[in-house]
Design a protein around this ligand. Structure first.
Ligand code: ADP
Ligand code: ZN
Length: 793
């Protein structure tokens, strides 16, 4: 008896596909199956079962195999995936791919065996000849060298005609890791042992199990070990080992405090919902150092006390050992830390532990949202304003913050978004009562928030200087007092661009429409988008001129300047260029912590998670870097950066001070940041968004088109422009017709985009559905639908 199954494949096609399967195999929703698709072997996931099919049942292909004993995707994650697929207009197979750890994939192995050689088809004969030469069998990889195309199609036809048989197996990509261990089976020996054997026997008795063969064989030869085995004193067995990457994490006693009044109040409100096991999304707006993390920990304990599980999302960069240690000290081994440096094996290992219930808390960056936990009670999104929660590389282009709220809703779980600088859309949601607002306005030890002074760089006497007179004096003052200084510049390298003085040409990346950044240490110019780099040319490639102008300073130049101005100061620079090695972040961190560094200079990296009591001065070298971007969120980002960097100052009894240098002192993002006035900034920004029809007043979608041929892409976009003009419900949307994206080329790919705005989500969905079914996208053009885009560059 046959049964029909609906399979989602990890490919960029919206439809799912029907296959048949023997009823006796008892297929279940959520299991993986191996099937043929388009002459290839694919691993898909079963999302539906039925006794009947609407297609011609004889034409439906059978599956090859069911991979999993038990469903990999449970019902809850399946529903979640369906929602994500619908909301982001992304094939559900790709959503599953994003949800599952890469290490779970299987490799299929296909062996082609010759059965008959009578055929007239020329291509078939080539295959047969190849097989005969190889003892009548070959792997598909070897056959690929035979240059027969289309290979898969031919093979399947040959299989159908009985000329060959294809044997299919699959193998897990990540095999279990097993090692040899030694077990003592007797404590005394009747036989006499040689001195060396006696040594080993003694030694083994002092060890605790498991005793790894690898450790013993360093000290004793194999022949001695074998002798003990022959004498039946020991046994050698195989044991599976698991990675334990956090074995070196310090597990210390948790710090416990009496909660502040504000913390208590916030926690009580959260606990009401946790007790009720009902969904509610909260936005916790707590100033820097107001004790948000402590609130997270208490709320998690509450949820766990009901036997529930929890997910906590953290921007990757805040996943410092300090943070992890803090959670470890409270929850110990029931936490799985899913940071991006894990190997596929380690990730898979944790995934399994979360799935079988051994781990009850998942902590990690955005993909930790897909942790296969059952019985979810709480989801926390720390620093909810962070852009890193948005997936921007491959579909689904989801935002983990928004999807956290959805997963919470589907599970009757409490969702807590926390930040010192709420995302405009999140704060808006508290006003329309989608989220409930919680506030913490004071720092835990009642330290006052640092005072911000804005320096108008236009008024400085010497415009070539990076530092204003005021900032220089303040730095000197702190150096004298042996207090620490933190300097922020959101640009790495030496200079933002290199320009020929004679002809004005700006050095460009060969593959991107981006000016190259000069890096002085290795005398190179680098593209920060694609990573292309070359040595700094001696002459202008356009006119041969040899004098160059260098653009605005990056951290490298600032570091040099600091060394020149303060020759005795100990300076550390923290940016992607200085933290490439595994522990470099931690090393710099420790040095600052232990007082070996006077001035810490860095990019965005230094904004988060740093809690140094001796930092009393923060300098923002240029508060204009963000503002120059053509992006409607530029001001918001600028405001966030200033407040967050400022929050690193004055975290102990010593008062903190912040100097903000800018050429736009009147800009509202700077003005409101100076007064630490979030509500003021919010109102101002909201007015602008309303006027310009931007979120939260409209839903925004961007459709991006990529092709390596500019001419062809442009003419294709002309066709699209015409097509869109025929959309019947145009009056319900604002469609900005196709234009080159602000960065018009990245990695040799030219880029065009369409922006669509609508007041109501359904109008957006209707348009995208119409677009997908009415506009033919040739497969040489890459198209990306980005719902709620973060970047419009
Ligand atoms: P946030 O997450 O808001 O920046 P944290 O939770 O990290 O704040 O708290 C800042 C510092 O204050 C931490 O060192 C933390 O251990 C400490 N802390 C938190 N709550 C209290 C409290 N109720 N009493 C004393 N210290 C606290
Ligand atoms: Zn480039």
């Amino acid at each position: 008896m046959k049964i029909f199954i609906e399979v989602a494949l990890p490919i960029n096609i919206k439809e799912t596909f029907t296959y048949s399967c023997l009823k006796s195999l008892a297929p279940k929703i959520g299991q993986r199956v191996i099937v043929d698709f388009n002459y290839r072997i694919q691993t898909g996931i079963i999302i539906g079962l039925s006794q009947k099919s609407t297609y011609d049942e004889d034409k439906i292909k059978g599956i090859h195999e069911i991979v999993d004993e038990k469903p990999l995707i449970n019902k809850e994650l399946l529903t979640f995936a369906e929602w994500i697929s619908k909301y982001y207009h992304c094939p559900i197979g790709l959503v599953f791919k994003a949800m599952l750890p890469a290490g779970i994939n299987v490799n299929t192995i296909q062996k082609i065996v010759l059965k008959k050689s009578e055929t007239k088809d020329k291509d078939f004969l080539k295959v047969i000849k190849y097989l005969e030469k190889n003892g009548n069998a070959s792997s598909i990889e070897e056959l690929k060298h035979s240059k027969i195309s289309p290979l898969y199609k031919n093979l399947l036809e040959m299989e159908e005609q009985g000329l060959i048989e294809i044997e299919r197996h699959y193998k897990r990509k990540i095999q279990k890791k097993v090692v040899n261990c030694i077990k003592l089976i007797s404590n005394s020996s009747d036989e006499t042992l040689s001195p060396k054997q006696e040594d080993l026997f003694q030694f083994l008795q002092e060890q605790s199990e498991p005793i790894f063969m690898a450790d013993i064989s360093k000290k004793f030869s194999y022949s001695i070990i074998n002798k003990l085995k022959e004498k039946n004193l020991i046994d050698i067995y195989k044991q599976e080992i698991h990675p334990d990457i956090f074995s070196d994490i310090m597990k210390h006693e948790p710090l416990t405090f009496e909660l502040t009044e504000e913390q208590t109040e916030v926690l009580e409100k959260l606990e009401v919902r946790i007790d009720e096991h009902s969904f509610q999304a909260f936005l916790l707006h707590g100033v820097t150092s107001s004790g948000k993390t402590e609130v997270y920990i208490r709320a998690m304990k509450k949820a766990l006390s009901y036997g529930k599980t929890a997910i906590i999302l953290i921007p990757e960069i805040s996943l410092t050992p300090q943070t992890v240690e803090r959670f470890y000290s409270h929850f110990g081994d029931i936490i799985a830390v899913l940071h991006s440096k894990l190997s596929d094996r380690e990730r898979l290992h944790y995934w399994n532990l979360l799935k079988n219930g051994e781990k009850k808390i998942a902590i990690g960056p955005r993909s930790a949202l897909f942790a296969p936990l059952e019985n979810l009670g709480l989801i926390i999104v720390d620093e909810e304003h962070e852009n890193t929660y948005k997936q921007h590389e491959r579909p689904p282009l989801y935002n983990a913050r928004d999807m956290a709220v959805l997963r919470g809703k589907l599970n009757d779980a409490v969702v807590l978004l926390g930040t010192a600088t709420p995302y405009i859309e999140s704060y808006f949601n508290t006003q329309n009562e989608k989220y409930s607002l919680l506030k913490m306005t004071r720092r835990v030890k009642n330290q006052i928030l640092p005072k911000l002074t804005v320096v108008d760089m236009r008024e400085e006497e010497d415009h070539t200087e990076i530092f204003s007179k005021l900032l220089r004096t303040k730095i000197e003052d702190r150096l004298n007092k042996k207090e620490q200084i933190l300097l922020f510049q959101n640009r790495r390298g030496y200079a933002s661009y290199v320009q020929c003085v004679k002809c004005g040409y700006v050095l460009q990346c060969k593959d991107c429409n981006i000016s190259m950044t000069y890096h002085s240490r290795d005398k190179k110019i680098k593209c920060h988008y694609c990573g292309y780099e070359r040595s700094m040319p001696r002459k202008c490639p356009e006119c041969g001129g040899y004098i160059f102008n260098f653009g605005s300073p990056g951290t490298e130049k600032i570091e040099q300047n600091l060394q020149f101005l303060f020759p005795t100061a100990r300076i550390a620079r923290m940016d992607t260029d200085t933290t490439t090695k595994k522990n470099s972040f931690q090393n710099i961190f420790d040095q600052v912590h232990n007082g070996y560094i006077d001035i810490l200079l860095g990019t965005q990296m230094i904004i988060k998670g740093l809690d140094f009591p001796n930092i009393t001065l923060v300098g923002i070298v240029s508060a204009d870097v963000n503002l120059n971007l053509p992006d409607f969120r530029a001001s918001e980002r600028n405001f966030q950066h200033i407040i967050q960097v400022a929050g690193r100052a004055g975290r102990s009894e010593k008062e903190g001070e912040v100097i903000v240098q800018t050429y736009n002192p009147k800009h509202y993002s700077i003005q409101y940041a100076q007064r630490q006035n979030f509500p003021g900034f919010y109102e101002h920004e909201l007015d602008l968004r309303r006027e310009l029809h931007y979120p939260p007043f409209t839903k925004l979608v961007r459709i991006l088109f990529l092709l390596n041929n500019e001419e062809r892409l442009r003419s294709y976009m002309d066709g699209i422009r015409y097509k869109i003009s025929q959309y019947p419900q145009k009056n319900k949307l604002i469609i900005l017709s196709p234009t080159p994206a602000p960065i018009s080329k990245i990695r040799k790919q030219y880029r065009y985009h369409i922006l669509i705005k609508a007041e109501h989500q359904p109008n957006i969905n209707r348009f995208i559905e119409w677009f997908q079914s009415n506009v033919k996208i040739p497969n040489y053009i890459k198209m990306q639908i980005d719902i709620d885009p973060i970047s419009l560059l």
